[in-house]
Design a protein around this ligand. Structure first.
Ligand code: PLP
Ligand code: TYF
Length: 387
């Protein structure tokens, strides 16, 4: 029965985890999969998350089913975190999803249910899971250049050329902040132009906000998304809490949809619930319940904010230390979040791994959090030796 199946490649990023683990060399450096790390290379459970888990463990008296919308209080909190002073209802609806990935899949399926086979404009390079998620929903991806690795610059002319070539009714998938894999984010002025273009040309924004708070700050990192949602009557926002709350494996996210009218919202919400039921019935509860518990406690919110600020400062500090070495690292202090994409050939990536025990994605993407101000120099020297 399964003979017709072709062998599929493993996820190259996730495969690096195993390769790194089995390397016995001391001082090995892991710049692969995108998780935050501290100076010791550890990905900790955040203090406030641990405290909220304790609180939840003591107070939770049932694990009976919730509905396909998941934890409603959680969705309300995340809407405010992402969008500011908003309420669900009226023209905005939202549900909890299994991670940002689940939000992207549900958003793609909702878009496809409304406009089968519609074109989605995607800047490249992008997160490798974006194209298969769009394809799985039956959407057509049309690519354009977002970033030029050799010059380490965001190709804004190419972005605008694409948004002007798109047909009214097409969709534009945009990274809200901390672009994966390049760290090359739009400036506020560029977001302004994008928001105006999307709104006047009638292109639906499909926003992916997976790293809020890890770029410049919670408010700054959401500014572009908010500008677009203010300018455009209709928009789709896939949100992930897995990085900014450090709850990766608990799979926590939400999908928000802004519609043109309260009547549209009712139909959109009923379609989101029907699609969620056909996918996962209802999202896993634990992560959403923990974050809702955290958000309901001002002392925990304050501690979470403090720890998130420290995580962000650590990334910015490493970026500054790397950029001081110049060369291909010279512009990483202009980029934001966890990733930069260095112009390295597959051969150089392989030599860094084999000769220097430095592990990174085959594309030349590095996870900044895998370094420290101390190891930045060693990485720069290894890079120089291979170039
Ligand atoms: N979008 C981008 C750009 C990402 O890098 C990730 C990373 O995992 C996601 C979405 C999905 O996040 P999650 O782990 O919550 O599914
Ligand atoms: O790009 C990254 O490294 C993160 C984590 O299938 C990730 O977004 C990578 C691959 C994957 C799921 C998550």
């Amino acid at each position: 029965f399964f003979q017709p199946l072709a062998q599929q490649p493993a996820d190259a990023l996730l495969a690096l985890i195993g390769m790194f683990r089995s390397d016995p060399r001391p001082g090995k450096i892991d710049l692969g999969v995108g998780v935050f790390r501290d100076d010791e290379g550890h990905t900790p459970v955040m203090r406030a998350v641990k405290a909220a888990e304790r609180k939840l463990w003591e107070s939770q008296d049932s694990k009976s089913y919730l509905g396909p919308e998941g934890n409603v209080a959680f969705a309300r909190h995340m809407a405010r975190l992402a969008l500011g002073d908003v309420e669900l209802g009226g023209r905005l609806t939202g549900v909890q999803t299994p991670g940002g990935t689940g939000a992207l899949r549900l958003g793609a399926e909702l878009i496809a249910a409304s406009r089968p086979g519609v074109t989605v404009w995607v800047g490249t390079p992008t997160w490798p899971n974006h194209p298969p998620i769009l394809a799985a929903a039956g959407l057509k991806a049309q690519t354009y250049k977002h970033f030029d690795p050799a010059s380490q610059t965001l190709t804004f002319d190419a972005v605008m050329d694409a948004l002007n070539r798109a047909q009214p009714g097409d969709v534009a998938l945009l990274h809200g902040c901390c672009h994966n894999p390049t760290g090359a984010d739009f400036s506020l002025e560029q977001w302004r132009v994008i928001a105006d273009t999307l709104s006047t040309r009638g292109i639906l924004p499909f926003l992916d906000l997976a790293y809020q708070g890890l770029g410049l700050g919670m408010e700054q990192d959401a500014a572009g998304v908010r500008m677009v949602m203010d300018a455009c009557p209709e928009a789709v926002l896939a949100y992930s809490c897995d990085k900014n709350f450090g709850v990766y494996r608990d799979r926590v996210g939400a999908l928000f949809v802004q519609t043109g009218s309260a009547a549209d919202t009712d139909r959109v919400a009923s379609n989101m619930l029907a699609l969620a039921r056909a996918n996962w019935s209802m999202p896993p509860d634990h992560g959403g319940a923990v974050i809702a518990t955290l958000m309901d406690d001002p002392a925990l919110v304050a501690d979470w904010t403090l720890e998130l600020n420290n995580m962000r400062d650590r990334l910015l500090g490493i970026r500054a230390a790397l950029a001081a070495h110049g060369g291909v690292l010279g512009r990483v202090d202009q980029q934001r979040g966890m990733f930069s994409l260095l112009p390295l050939s597959p051969d150089v990536v392989k030599r860094l791994r084999e000769e220097h025990a430095v592990y990174m994605a085959g594309s030349g993407r590095i996870n900044i959090a895998g370094l420290s101000v101390e190891t930045a120099g060693r990485f720069a020297a290894a890079l120089n030796a291979c170039l």
